[in-house]
Design a protein around this ligand. Structure first.
Ligand code: NDP
Length: 333
């Protein structure tokens, strides 16, 4: 499968270029960047044969059958619709778009065209989260009562651009990280939050957007969820705590791009560490997407998953802004 990259981004350079090239028979032919000089330099640094600042040149290339979109968030919609019109399968970065309506239009247009559309929610691909889901679904902790997610990190200096000062590009910790936590909770429980209550803050890094948020979510089953996302916590550890009526799962350092962390299961027999697979998250994401394109599977997270995580993040933002609890509006999916 020959790929085009839409967006000369950090995430592609740090994870996705290698993940694409790790697949048998996959390579990258062209990178598109809005900035021609940046695109050319990026192509050279990553051994990509072509760069262009004209998206139609990439999309008109019939050798390219899939694109990875990792531009800033406000560009995802127009780029996805253009890629779909050109018949390309898509892995799109989260958040899929700026509104649920736009994300739904992208996903439904891809469906109508018979194209695979995936959302790059990497955490579902982690051995740690797959193991946690398995512990829950096999009844190891009984009926789940509550979940707490700790996803306060220190945003690295090289990423302190649009994320911390540009709401128009989709900046802010809510679009950046809440979407991942919403997707992870949906992955664990196979149900989606219905109502949220949130408070946001600016703890010193961001200007014009939030850099910290805490929220509580209610689930249809009655499970209560509490999450904390931040860009400014230099010495925090990430993690998940899941409490059930027969046990608990405590995981540390698992809200991450790397196959690391630890999981402890506590029940009437005491506490023991649970091992999990340490495969690369992004290689698995691209692998499942590629299988879906060849008709033998489905993406780890599809377009619908991307719409739903975005809807939760937007409800969290609305709640933090208004000070009121908000129903999550999933639109027409
Ligand atoms: P970057 O800031 O690295 O890149 C975003 C865009 O900024 C690029 O596509 C490029 O624009 C422009 N840009 C970056 N560097 C330069 C430069 N030196 N000169 C000119 N333009 C530049 O963003 P990220 O890689 O952090 O994020 C990209 C997307 O991926 C976002 O949607 C984000 O939410 C998502 N993401 C997902 C992750 C995951 O694990 N699933 C992790 C990190 C990010 P152009 O498009 O014109 O080339």
């Amino acid at each position: 499968m020959i790929w085009g990259l839409i967006g000369a981004s950090t995430i592609a350079s740090q994870h996705m270029i290698d993940a694409i090239r790790a697949q048998d028979g996959h390579d990258i032919k062209t990178v598109q960047s809005g900035n021609a000089a940046h695109g050319a330099q990026y192509a050279k640094a990553h051994n990509i044969p072509n760069s262009t600042d004209d998206l139609s040149i990439l999309l008109d290339d019939t050798n390219i059958s899939a694109v990875y979109i990792s531009s800033t968030n406000e560009k995802h919609k127009a780029q996805s619709l253009a890629a779909i019109a050109a018949g390309k399968h898509i892995i799109c970065e989260k958040p899929l778009a700026m509104t649920v309506q736009d994300a739904t239009a992208m996903v439904q247009t891809a469906e109508r065209a018979g194209l695979v559309f995936a959302t790059n929610h990497h955490l579902r691909n982690a051995g740690s989260h797959i193991k946690i889901k398995q512990l829950i679904s096999t009844g190891q902790i009984g009926t789940v009562q509550s979940i707490r997610i700790f996803h306060a990190v220190n945003l690295p200096e090289n990423l302190q651009g649009w994320r911390i000062n540009d709401a128009g590009a989709g900046g802010g910790v809510i679009p950046d990280i809440v979407v991942h936590d919403a997707d992870t909770v949906r992955f664990y429980l196979d149900e989606a939050p219905i109502r949220v209550l949130a408070m946001e803050g600016s703890s010193g890094m961001a200007q014009g957007v939030e850099d910290s948020v805490m929220s509580v979510w209610t689930m249809p089953s009655g499970v209560m969820v509490q999450t904390h996302e931040s860009f400014t916590h230099r010495y925090a550890r990430t993690g998940v705590e899941i409490y059930g009526d027969k046990g608990s799962i405590i995981a540390r350092d698992v809200m991450t791009q790397r196959p690391i962390g630890e999981i402890f299961l506590t029940d009437e027999n005491g506490t023991r560490e649970i091992s999990f697979d340490d495969h690369n998250l992004y290689v698995r994401s691209v692998g499942n997407f590629s299988n879906a394109v060849t008709g033998s599977g489905r993406p780890t997270a599809d377009g619908r998953d991307g719409i739903m995580s975005l809807a939760v993040a937007l409800a969290v933002k609305d709640s933090a802004t208004t000070g009121k609890a908000m129903d999550v509006d999933y639109g027409n999916i």
